[in-house]
Ligand binder design. Sequence first.
Ligand code: SF4
Length: 206
Amino acid sequence: MKEGWVEDELVMISALQHYSYCPRQCALIHVEQVFDENLYTMRGKRAHDPESALEEGVRVERGLSLFSERLGLAGKADVVELASDGTSYPVEYKSGPRRGSRHDDVQLCAQALCLKEMMGQDVPRGAIYHYTSRRRREVVFDGALRFLTQETVLAVRRMLLAGSVPPPVAGARCPKCSLLDACMPFALAGALGAEEAEARLYDLRR
Ligand code: SF4
């Protein structure tokens, strides 16, 4: 375990979701400080207002600050439900209808890893709450997801410390990306072949 992370080494939990969706999006936000306020971020801010309440026998914490000394990871949870036996159950709020998303799962799993370290108790599952459909999707934090999450923390830290911004890939994810205008993928991606650009974008070893 490494103690005393300096600020530049700390990885924000939200950066994991950005990186998983697109490393360039992560770099534009966390290296170049480009940020686009949209429905998702506005809703996220509302959900982060700190609050603690007892609801139907379950302690519900909103806007709880999270930290992992082991991973050098910090952020906030939209909601953490604390059962009477001390088990934590993180819930992340997302816009749109209920759908599976590896990117959201990595972000939620990072919250679970922080909670496990903070509470000293395993956190086996959590949920993504989808605003549009008003439904939850439960996520099990199995070994594969925990491994992917920890590898993503390392990849994000490497990218942030290097201050590098990967090239754009004009792909299917771009039209839904909140940074489409700032990124200009369709204007810039032509210089690299699409295959090489995709490989550079997601190569965790770089
Ligand atoms: S527009 Fe495309 S390449 Fe650019 S940051 Fe968004 S997803 Fe990544």
